[in-house]
Structure formats: structure tokens, C-alpha cells
Design a protein around this ligand. Structure first.
Ligand code: 5GP
Ligand code: ZN
Length: 113
């Protein structure tokens, strides 16, 4: 997707502080961190949101979920973390390329706002 910020990060057109990358995903620091660790984990395939996931995307999404613990280790998280996926308007999704927020290194509040 030519006008998607996260696709531009994947293509290297926009710089990002990259933590990890493989065939299916890229993980990089959020520009506006909400916790001492705030990493975004995104599929390399442009998928706008969880509403747009297809059955064929199951292997990619499964792969991403199994890599989260490795990415958490890479950024030094040792005491748990939170994963957040915002979807659509009420979910306050601002970038229409599916992304998982990985938040850690502080005790997080619950419930979210
Ligand atoms: P959303 O609100 O869609 O769940 O999350 C989008 C996230 O992307 C926000 O936390 C925002 O700070 C982050 N973000 C937006 N643009 C950029 C960018 O160009 N680079 C990086 N690293 N993060 C971005
Ligand atoms: Zn995209």
C-alpha cells in the first residue's frame, strides 16, 4: 500500500528504530511510547485491521504470536507485558495497518480507558 506509513517503514522509505525483522513481521519502537518499552509488531503483509484478516492470514498471525516472547526478551522485558490491538474508530486505531502494541517495563493499569 503506497500511502500506508507502516508499509513505508517496511520498505525502508521511513526510518524506524527496528528491534527485530523476519520473513513475515517487523518490530520497531513506537514513536510516542506509552511505557518504558513500547514496541509495535506488524505483519509485512498490508492488512488494515483485525476486521480484514482472512483465513489465509492465519499462518502469518500465528507466526507473529509465537515471536512475541522472543521480541519481549530482546527488549529486556522480564516481568510480563501487555499486548494491545486497536481496531477501528471506537478502538482508537489511528494507523490502518494491523499492529500489536507490546508494552512493558512498568506495572500497567487495568481497565484501559
Ligand atoms: P494505533 O493508535 O493505531 O493503535 O497505534 C498507532 C501507533 O503508531 C501509535 O502508538 C503511534 O505513536 C505510532 N506511530 C505513528 N506513526 C509512526 C511512525 O511513523 N513511526 C513509529 N515508530 N510509530 C508511529
Ligand atoms: Zn500498510
Amino acid at each position: 500500500m503506497s500511502d500506508c506509513i507502516f508499509c513505508k517503514i517496511i520498505d525502508g522509505e521511513i526510518p524506524a528504530d527496528k528491534i527485530y525483522e523476519d520473513e513475515h513481521l517487523i518490530a520497531f519502537n513506537d514513536l510516542s511510547p506509552q511505557a518504558p518499552v513500547h514496541v509495535l509488531v506488524i505483519p509485512k503483509k498490508h492488512i488494515a485491521s483485525t476486521e480484514d484478516l482472512l483465513e489465509d492470514d492465519a499462518p502469518i498471525m500465528g507466526h507473529i504470536m509465537t515471536k512475541i516472547k522472543d521480541i519481549a526478551k530482546l527488549v529486556g522485558i522480564t516481568n510480563g507485558y501487555r499486548l494491545v490491538i486497536n481496531c477501528g474508530e471506537d478502538g482508537q486505531q489511528t494507523v490502518p495497518h494491523l499492529h500489536i502494541h507490546l508494552l512493558g517495563k512498568r506495572s500497567l493499569q487495568w481497565p484501559p480507558g
